[in-house]
Design a protein. Structure first.
Ligand SMILES: NC(=O)C1=CN([C@@H]2O[C@H](COP(=O)(O)OP(=O)(O)OC[C@H]3O[C@@H](n4cnc5c(N)ncnc54)[C@H](OP(=O)(O)O)[C@@H]3O)[C@@H](O)[C@H]2O)C=CC1
Ligand SMILES: O=C1CO[C@H](CO)[C@@H](O)[C@@H]1O
Length: 376
């Protein structure tokens, strides 16, 4: 068994989800590499130490540059706001570390290209945490599509709907609400939510050729958490786009933080000549499948409960019929990263894969701004 010493940057939502992945992966998957929780880095030493103590990190750092100087760190995991992804990733690659970066890859394509060049020049393992690929029902959708069971694809549609910013008193900027600040986040729902849908869409249905988009910012001014002053809001609160895929199918995507009642309604549907598939994060262990080849008298949507050992990842978990959840997508991604080290192969999505999603996000935002179709 070979150790992989992890230097985690950030103790927030994703710091926790990934650390849980490192803690669990080797308990459930047979692997030749094992993560070691070597160091946790964040600016607030007290909170960093508390997190390190709770999860078992051996040490803390309060400056990521110091973390990168350490010889005892093999892989750097970047779980910080989006505007820090580029600088840390490039410095980590130059320091010879494996780089595991949260989504979206970067603020824009120019940053993403520089990041791809850095990891490729350094020849270091690299991965972006588009975790929804590793929900077993979504992986099963990939398998069904790749086996050709849907035939020629005509339509792909996806949503990611939330409702947490409807209140105009929600501030922008600062530790809790950096997602509303364009400087820290790059964009609003496009980079934060639609990026997931786009990554999954490209994985399942191939590259997107061109897009036509509209965005809206419903609350025009919000107090900035750091300055205490009302400032214009420059992120997109909602985004809708349609597109052509390279395989000739049509795509329709919608995301918003203003869909009252929806917390994380991440859905996808794909319609082909021979069948269709549909999935919904709120019911993540189910895959809906319609197969036109079924005998006419019983033909209809099948509700496949993805929990059987024959289905992706599920042989590593409990017995058929027992569900796993959101956190397992991160455990699976850690397991796949470790397996890639065992086999000496790249893991996906790589930085280069995530750059394709970044290109779509940039084209979507440009299309909305210019009110015109945009090539990706
Ligand atoms: N794959 C997925 O489904 C998800 C992905 N994400 C992505 O993960 C990333 C992080 O999001 P999330 O975990 O929600 O963010 P949080 O706001 O929960 O946590 C951010 C962390 O970053 C640390 N941090 C901020 N600035 C620095 C700095 N300069 N140096 C070191 N640490 C810093 C903060 O600690 P401190 O203030 O002490 O420095 C904090 O621990 C984002 O890119 C986001 O898009 C988020 C949620 C889900
Ligand atoms: O998947 C996700 C769920 O929502 C979060 C925001 O609330 C996103 O940042 C994240 O990527």
């Amino acid at each position: 068994m070979k150790n992989v010493n992890i230097g985690m940057i950030g103790y927030g939502f994703m710091g926790k989800a990934h650390t849980n992945g490192y803690a669990q992966a080797n308990h459930f998957f047979k692997l030749g590499h094992k993560p070691v929780l070597k160091a946790l880095c964040a600016r607030n030493a007290e909170k960093a130490q508390e997190f390190a103590d709770n999860w078992g990190y051996e040490s803390i750092e309060t400056d990521w540059r110091e973390l990168l100087k350490r010889d005892d760190i093999d892989a750097v995991d970047i779980c910080v706001p989006n505007n820090l992804h580029k600088e840390i990733s490039i410095a980590a690659a130059e320091a010879g570390k494996a780089v595991l970066c949260e989504k979206p890859l970067a603020i824009d394509v120019a940053e993403g290209e520089a990041m791809c060049e850095a990891v490729e020049k350094a020849g270091v393992p690299n991965m972006v945490w588009y975790n929804y690929r590793r929900v077993p029902a979504v992986s099963l959708a990939k398998q069904i599509i790749d086996e050709g069971r849907l035939g020629k694809i005509f339509h792909y549609r996806a949503n990611f709907l939330q409702d947490w910013t409807i209140n105009a008193d929600v501030p922008q900027g600062g530790a809790a609400t950096w997602r509303l600040d364009a400087e820290a986040a790059g964009s609003g729902v496009t980079g934060d939510l639609l990026a997931h849908c786009i990554d999954t869409a490209i994985w399942l249905n191939g590259n997107i050729k061109d897009v036509s988009a509209m965005t809206e910012t419903f609350v025009k001014e919000r107090m900035h958490a750091e300055t205490g002053k009302k400032e214009p809001v420059t992120i997109d609160d909602a985004c809708m786009f349609h597109c052509h895929f390279e395989n000739g199918s049509l795509g329709l995507f919608e995301s918003t933080r203003y869909a009252r009642g929806h917390k994380a309604l991440n859905t996808l549907e794909i319609n082909g000549e021979h069948g269709s598939l549909a999935w919904d994060l709120h019911d993540l262990h189910r895959l809906q499948y319609f197969n036109y080849a079924d005998d006419g008298i019983v033909r209809g949507w099948r509700d496949v409960h993805v929990s059987d050992g024959d289905q992706p990842y599920m042989g590593n978990w409990w017995v058929p019929g027992l569900n796993i959840g959101y956190e397992h997508s991160f455990i699976h991604q850690v397991a796949d990263f470790l397996k890639s080290l065992d086999e000496g192969k790249p893991v996906h999505p790589s930085f280069r894969d995530a750059l394709e999603t970044q290109k779509v996000c940039d084209a979507v935002l440009k299309s909305a701004k210019e009110r015109a179709w945009m090539d990706v």
